[in-house]
Write a protein that binds this ligand. Structure first.
Ligand code: CS2
Length: 496
């Protein structure tokens, strides 16, 4: 079977037909999310208006996607999947692919290149090397220290700071750094981390870089949304069947796609609005809406689902007790913590969420959403939990979320969390297991988890919340996730 490439791409699948002449964007994090989100918006922008907006994609470590993209002339399919239909398009917006760990100098040069106007990031919550305690740069991280020492950078923040330094010395033209990760105030957060890196440099370097950051580098905030599972052979087969072509790196995605950004770009941007992107001066309400209602609830569904033996998110929401827990965490715990943006019809948004989670054709796995919980939950849970706790109320389903997470990571003695929980990858897993082994009771374990700063420091001061987490862990271990959910949902909903 022929390979998908520039010659074989079916004309009606191609999202835009312009010849890409120039690279204007360097993207760090060449994973599925970027390829089904920003790439698709960029293709729509180019379909409307020509511009120097080719994307050089940088994978952090693995060469799998970069190599395949090179072999396919940077073409790949986006397989948009719903129970009713499968739509396949080829965005064709990439002009190159690098692997950061193998070509660190080439990445710095690409960001420093005069025609690069934007660096976009999807490096996941874990990729920002920040301390959950201070939210600042994690100076205890050995990679941060090596990067500060001047070695070829390993961390994203080191990469950005060193590349900006190179750019400043070469020509100093303005540039935008656009985070597309699920972090509150992702642009502001990235700006802070890059600045802290710059401030830790020797005085001469520090002063020139920090002054230039203020003058010439923009860090807009953005909210990104599209459910994008991992690629499986089923999607490769869908492309083969539809096009008669072999694409080894297609990306599955749900039909829904949303992007809300601040319109603060230092050196121009593609007209992403032609793909449906919205520009606003205040992204925060959209970020909180999405991070809490979608991502926060998603985590609870994934952990309860995995513990109940469910492989996928739709299989989980098909269990009435999980849908009920999802409904309650969303309405009782998350919704009161946000102010919905004026143009969002909240009832419609919420009912769409439940439809999106029950997209059975997509097969989004509980282990994918459940992975990296240590970094994800820190973005999703502490702030809304604190709002309730300060008002004297225990957010039952946030406590249940943490309990279910901990049961997946460090299953209590004698409790089998099952294969889906075991398959979740999390950098904190080893230390959570060690903490569970060290402590003699569930309560002591939970206290230690809170004290470790994983969920920030303030939550650790609310022992009534830790007690509830510990009770839910005991119920899960003794009677299973459905019994723990029943216990949580029995508690009355808060009165407004
Ligand atoms: C999910 C997100 O894996 C997760 O934690 O909640 O990846 C989610 O699917 C996306 O943010 C949807 O936009």
């Amino acid at each position: 079977m022929n390979r998908l490439n520039a010659t074989t791409t079916p004309a009606d699948a191609l999202q835009h037909r312009r010849a890409l002449r120039e690279t204007g964007i360097v993207h760090l994090g060449l994973g599925n999310f970027h390829r089904a989100h920003q790439a698709v918006f960029t293709a729509a922008a180019l379909d409307h208006t020509d511009g120097p907006w080719g994307i050089l994609g940088v994978a952090s470590r693995s060469g799998e996607v970069a190599d395949a993209m090179r072999e396919q002339d940077f073409r790949y399919s986006v397989v948009e999947i719903s129970p009713d239909e499968t739509r396949i398009t080829v965005p064709a917006v990439h002009t190159g692919a690098l692997v950061g760990a193998q070509q660190p100098e080439a990445v710095l040069d690409a960001i420093a290149a005069p025609n690069t106007a934007i660096v976009t990031l999807t490096v996941t919550e874990n990729g920002y090397t920040y301390s959950p305690r201070t939210h600042g740069l994690d100076f205890d991280n050995p990679d941060v220290q090596t990067d500060l020492g001047g070695a070829p950078p390993k961390t994203t923040i080191g990469q950005l700071a060193r590349a900006l330094q190179r750019r400043l010395r070469a020509h100093g033209s303005p540039i935008t750094i656009l985070s597309c990760d699920n972090l509150t105030g992702n642009g502001t957060h990235t700006a802070r981390l890059v600045r802290e890196f710059a401030e830790a440099l020797p005085a001469g370097e520090r002063d020139e870089l920090t002054a230039w950051l203020d003058d010439s580098v923009a860090f807009p905030n953005s909210m990104v949304d599209r459910i994008v599972p991992a690629t499986t052979d089923a999607y490769r087969a869908a492309v083969a069947e539809r096009f008669g072509l072999r694409d080894t790196v297609p990306v599955p995605a749900e039909p829904f796609n949303m992007w809300v950004l601040e319109n603060r770009f230092a050196a121009g941007r593609p007209q992403w609005e032609h793909g449906g992107a919205r520009f606003t001066n205040d992204v925060l309400p959209y970020e909180l809406l999405k991070l809490r209602l979608l991502n926060g609830t998603h985590s609870l569904i994934a952990y309860l689902g995995a513990l109940a033996g469910c492989d996928t998110i739709p299989a989980s929401t098909a269990q009435p007790f999980i849908t009920e827990a999802a409904r309650r965490v969303l309405h009782d715990d998350y919704l009161p913590s946000i102010t919905a943006p004026a143009d969002i019809d909240i009832d419609h948004y919420v009912s769409q969420l439940f439809d999106r989670w029950s997209n059975t054709a997509l097969g989004h796995r509980t282990r994918q959403v459940g992975s990296d919980g240590s970094a994800k939950l820190a973005q999703r849970i502490p702030e809304p939990a604190l709002l309730h706790l300060r008002a004297g109320r225990i957010p039952q389903h946030l406590a249940l979320s943490i309990a279910a997470y901990l049961c997946c990571m460090a299953p209590p003695t004698g409790f089998d969390a099952g294969p889906h929980a075991a398959a979740m990858i999390d950098p904190a897993r080893a230390s959570l297991i060690a903490a569970a082994e060290r402590t003699r009771s569930t309560a002591a374990f939970v206290t230690e988890v809170f004290r470790s700063g994983l969920l920030g420091d303030e939550l650790a001061t609310h022992s009534e919340f830790a007690d509830r987490v510990s009770e839910f862990i005991d119920i899960i271990a003794a009677h299973g996730p459905a019994a723990a959910s029943a216990e949580a949902t029995q508690q009355p909903a808060p009165t407004a």
